[in-house]
Design a binder for this molecule. Structure first.
Ligand SMILES: [Zn+2]
Ligand SMILES: [Zn+2]
Length: 259
């Protein structure tokens, strides 16, 4: 059986020399979020990306779409962007509007570089041979997480940015690997819950609710950490993992997980 390979191109919510904005790449062809698609990949690998799933419209998740499109346009390649209407609309109006950058949905005329496809939450779609299920989560703007399942049944769920209250979401997904955001450390838990983000103590509650709904705990990888709080987050997450008896890894740029 072929392994499903997940590469963490970016694992943070702020960019520094060594920390990049969130982007995941599955088997080299399916990307989720676009915070660091161009800065992390050589051109040949960028040209192999057949689909990009966007969780929401925030800049740290969509930033590299225009840069990727320019590379593909010049390289004679194309890709398709999948998301909810709000995110596609913001991209079209603010980034690919022929003012800040070209509208690559119209260029080149014969075979445009970008295609946009609206994803409907709760309806499984087949994309590049994977079954993709979008599930709404709790954030300041409309946001979906994605469960991606390979042909032989391996599945990963990535939450995108989310605050607490995922029990409904857990009823829709049952991944082997859960990639979940943990933006801040626990001293910012009140702020995080209000802003639509998680901290380790909030993660613990969400994992408790996952276990209640699904009867098991998946392997967990945390992303979207604030680099300045990472040491605190790491210590608090380690305590949560110990308490729950499960594996929680803080993702980092270049990390790979094979399922
Ligand atoms: Zn966000
Ligand atoms: Zn974000």
């Amino acid at each position: 059986m072929l392994k499903m390979k997940i590469r963490f191109l970016g694992a943070h919510n702020c960019e520094r020399q060594d920390q990049k904005l969130v982007s995941l790449l599955i088997d080299g062809v399916l990307a989720i979020d676009a915070g660091s698609l161009t800065s992390s990949l050589p051109l040949e690998e960028q040209k192999k990306i057949k689909a990009v799933l966007l969780t929401h419209q925030h800049y740290d998740h969509v930033r590299d779409i225009p840069a990727l499109a320019m590379n593909l346009f010049l390289g004679g390649a194309a890709t398709r962007i999948y998301s909810i209407p709000a995110a596609l609309d913001v991209l079209a109006r603010h980034l690919l509007n022929d003012e800040i950058y070209p509208d690559f949905r119209q260029k080149p005329e014969q075979k445009p570089t970008l295609g946009f496809t609206v994803i409907e939450p709760h309806r499984a779609e087949t994309i590049e041979g994977y079954t993709v299920l979008a599930v709404p989560v709790h954030h300041g703007v409309p946001t979906v997480g994605y469960q991606v399942t390979s042909g032989d049944g391996k599945s990963v769920f990535y939450t995108g940015d989310t605050g607490p209250g995922l029990s409904e979401c857990w009823q829709r997904v049952s991944p082997k690997l859960l990639i979940i955001e943990v933006t801040s450390s626990d001293r910012f838990a009140e702020w995080a819950a209000g802003a639509g983000h998680l901290t380790p103590v909030l993660l613990k509650q969400e994992l408790g609710s996952f276990q209640k709904v699904n009867g098991y705990l998946p392997r967990v990888a945390a992303v979207h950490m604030n680099p300045d709080l990472e040491e605190e987050i790491a210590a608090e997450v380690a305590a949560v993992a110990k308490e729950l008896g499960c594996s929680i890894t803080l993702a980092y740029e270049g990390m790979e997980i094979s399922l």
